[in-house]
Design a protein around this ligand. Structure first.
Ligand SMILES: [Zn+2]
Length: 411
């Protein structure tokens, strides 16, 4: 900022600074935080008081000390206190998860229902019910005497283009257009005060992956392409440790990258999009497996994997073609942006055994720099759960980056 720093923004800044030090080294002490940040002991004590009162940090027994003087009380992030609620609407399932401030997953539920022929209000009412169950879940109760977890905010993942204000511009596989999802969700859930934001499912999956692989030294430099395969295909792009959203927040539509200009017509109206070669239904069609509407996507993926394991030639060919198409699309991204890793997420994680080699082969052949630095291709660490856990985790990430908002609400 160019203007003068006001008292309040100074407090906000220092509060975040102290919390960052507590999260980086556990347990730490007030004296160590003062030494590391350059703040006075008195300022640190006052800020730690604010964080303790808001349930963001907690005190632990001091570690035995060998030197002179009384050992200092330890400070750690609190596993009680505020938590993040993640919610996910996908084409054939709904999911809810709660992640606490330390990053631990405290609740995770998936419900398999095909959402394609359902009215949006009914889908959102189901999500609201799952959210209420998550908030009331027994997993969130902490030992007697300490405070229970409290959901600070919720983030909803949707397979489509989302505007900043919670408007779903288009979710083609659900048939949704220009739909407000936050209003009906809050009405159905009966929490007028809970902050709810909406984001694209692949973006949140990429954030889940980033958190799962976050190592202190590597987090700020991680650059990877996360490809989420469901009925549609989306991607989340992490550049230098941060999600790249693009001008409107619509980056990552890799499903509509052209693989073959003369290919079959896609739902979007163009020809030869990646989704037509590597989407779940495209793989099943190519493998000669009937797209049974009663078969949920994860059952369909399990069926594909089972046939591949038994070396069914049609299925192996279909997966090889899908992997080739994925590799061609991914190579364009790697050539342009110099990411060093391609993560196969969503249902692709369960098929990575067969998709991985053709993707690697195409990257090797098509990426100019592959000879100097091979591109790593791997399955997502969280599999199909990456998105909903990433949604909850991103709430926690925001809370830890800017704790003043939460502390102020309790004042
Ligand atoms: Zn398309």
């Amino acid at each position: 900022v160019d203007g003068p720093v006001r008292q309040r923004s100074l407090w906000q800044h220092n509060l975040a600074l102290v919390l960052r030090h507590v999260s980086a080294a556990t347990p730490t002490s007030r004296a160590e935080v003062a030494a590391a940040t350059g703040l006075t002991r008195a300022t640190v004590s006052s800020l730690v008081e604010d964080l303790l009162r808001a349930g963001l940090v907690t005190e632990v027994e001091p570690a035995p000390r060998t030197g002179a003087g009384r050992p200092a009380t330890g400070l750690v992030l609190s596993a009680a206190g505020p938590a993040g609620l993640g919610l996910e609407i996908n084409v054939d399932f709904l999911a809810a998860a709660v992640v606490d401030l330390t990053g631990a997953v405290r609740h995770h539920v998936v419900r398999r229902v095909d959402q394609r022929d359902r009215a949006p209000e009914r889908v959102l009412a189901d999500v609201a019910r799952m959210a209420a169950e998550a908030v009331g879940s027994a997993d969130l109760r902490v030992a007697a005497g300490s405070a229970d977890l409290r959901v600070a905010a919720a983030r909803l993942a949707v397979p489509g283009l989302v505007d900043g204000d919670g408007l779903v511009r288009a979710a083609p596989n659900l048939g949704w257009r220009d739909l407000d999802v936050v209003g009906p969700l809050l009405a159905a859930a009966d929490w007028p005060d809970l902050p709810v934001t909406v984001d694209n499912e692949a973006n949140l999956g990429a954030l889940g992956e980033l958190a799962a692989f976050r190592q202190p030294a590597a987090s700020s430099s991680a650059s990877f392409l996360y490809i989420s395969g469901e009925v549609g295909i989306g991607a989340g792009l992490v550049l230098d440790g941060a999600l790249f959203r693009g001008a409107h927040g619509w980056s990552g539509e890799i499903g509509h990258v052209t693989v073959s200009p003369d290919g079959p017509v896609c739902r979007c109206g163009a020809r030869g999009c990646l989704e037509r070669y590597a989407g779940q239904e495209a793989i099943m069609r190519a493998a000669g497996i009937a797209c049974d509407p009663a078969l949920s996507a994860d059952m369909a993926v399990a069926r594909i994997a089972e046939l591949a394991r038994s070396s069914d030639p049609a299925v192996l060919d279909a997966l090889s073609d899908a992997g080739t198409a994925l590799g061609i699309a991914a190579a364009g991204v790697v050539n342009l942006l110099d990411v060093d890793t391609v993560v196969l997420g969503g249902s692709f994680a369960a098929l990575a055994t067969w998709l991985g080699s053709p993707v690697e082969r195409e990257l090797r052949e098509r990426v100019l720099t592959a000879g100097w630095s091979p591109i790593e291709v791997r399955a997502s660490a969280l599999g199909a759960a990456a998105t909903v856990i990433g949604a909850a985790g991103s709430v926690v990430h925001d809370l830890r980056a800017a704790p003043a908002t939460w502390v102020s609400t309790l004042r």
